[in-house]
Design a protein around this ligand. Structure first.
Ligand code: P6P
Length: 339
């Protein structure tokens, strides 16, 4: 019967979000409506990414297609789609996109109670070679009595009410948390629906994989250098870890969530705050990893405790299996003691 139920009683992402909403009798359904518009954006981008190779969407902006139309780069197109979907939901207020220098303030008639921070197409430098890329988003509730200002999004990641990513790869997989665990949904193109395929994701307590761009090793600080050294040349007789680095955060984090291990983008001499952006890369991924039982550390403290000062701020990040992150935390605190 279980197999039959799976076929005839589909748990779609829409149904899942409605179930979550039903646990909050006071809910007005605004978050459900907002999430349904984000899901629509992901479906559109999934379709555009899959056609990209054929439709020459991957060229540089300024290319023209056979109709002589101005070709938008895929990340510009994705950004426009998400901004329009969020505005038309009538539930969004302040928007922050990796593609926009300034925050977007939704016009009064369409304003809602939620603020969305997002990277519409993270890893887009990988599009031309077919490596998986993704959309990453985080959602804050507007502060009490606020009309919507940048202060509503300069909040610690632990204040987020939801976070997720959609990975555009061999399949289109959306991982979402509304604060009660992390769940993965895979797009069934024949239905146009995201179906629950990874219920209640729990990251392995310890992993055998480390994921970092070793090309930056010359510029790492001592704790990161010692951690990677130990991963490659263990002194306790255990086997060395495997290195897996895709260079697309959504793909590296998705693998870490499912297989375990640690993903790192450390600070280095060239970039003292690392490379990844706090609001729409570090916070959503840290939120999801914690919901899956892992942890996320900046080298100084818990990633979700950061209070951002500007919307495109960066932070070093070490996230993944609980025990693996504990090891790097111990190395950083030992280095603090030595100072
Ligand atoms: P590097 C992609 O450009 C990105 O923003 C993330 O998706 C990815 O984790 C990181 O940068 C890769 O950076 O310096 O290793 O190429």
């Amino acid at each position: 019967h279980a197999a039959d139920a799976q076929r005839t009683d589909l748990m779609t992402i829409t149904r899942y979000v409605l179930n979550e909403q039903s646990k909050h009798p006071e809910a007005r359904g605004d978050l459900t409506i907002l999430l349904s518009h984000i899901v629509l954006g992901c479906k559109f981008v999934c379709s555009a990414v899959n056609k990209a190779g054929l439709a020459k969407l991957i060229g540089l902006a300024g290319d023209t297609n056979i109709q002589g139309e101005e070709q938008k780069k895929l990340d510009v197109l994705s950004n426009d789609v998400f901004i329009n979907a969020l505005k038309s939901s009538g539930r969004a207020n302040v928007l922050v996109s990796e593609e926009n220098e300034e925050p977007i303030f939704v016009e009064a008639s369409k304003r809602g109670r939620y603020c969305v921070v997002f990277d519409p197409l993270d890893g887009s430098s990988n599009i031309d070679c077919g490596v998986s890329i993704g959309t990453i988003f985080g959602i804050y509730m507007l502060q009490e009595g606020s009309e919507g200002t940048v202060a509503d999004v300069l909040k610690p990641g632990k204040n987020m009410v939801a976070a997720g990513y959609c990975m555009y790869g061999s399949s289109c997989t959306l991982v979402l948390s509304t604060g009660t665990g992390a769940n993965g949904f895979t797009l069934d193109p024949s239905l146009g629906e995201f179906i629950l395929t990874h219920p209640n994701i729990k990251i392995p307590k310890k992993g055998k994989i480390y994921s970092v761009n070793e090309g930056n090793a010359k510029n790492w600080d001592q704790p990161t250098t010692s951690y990677v050294e130990k991963a490659k040349f263990p002194i306790d007789g255990s086997s060395p870890k495997s290195l897996r680095y895709i260079g697309s955060m959504v793909a590296d984090v998705h693998r870490t969530l499912l297989y375990g291990g640690i993903f790192m983008y450390p600070a280095d001499k060239k970039s003292p705050n690392g490379k990844l952006r706090v609001l729409y890369e570090v916070f959503p991924m840290s939120f999801l990893v914690e919901q899956a039982g892992g942890q996320s550390f900046t080298g100084q403290g818990r990633a979700l405790d950061i209070v951002p000062k500007n919307i495109h701020e960066r932070s070093p990040i070490f996230l993944g299996s609980y025990d693996d992150v504990e090891e790097i935390k111990a190395l950083y605190s030992a280095a603090e003691v030595k100072k």
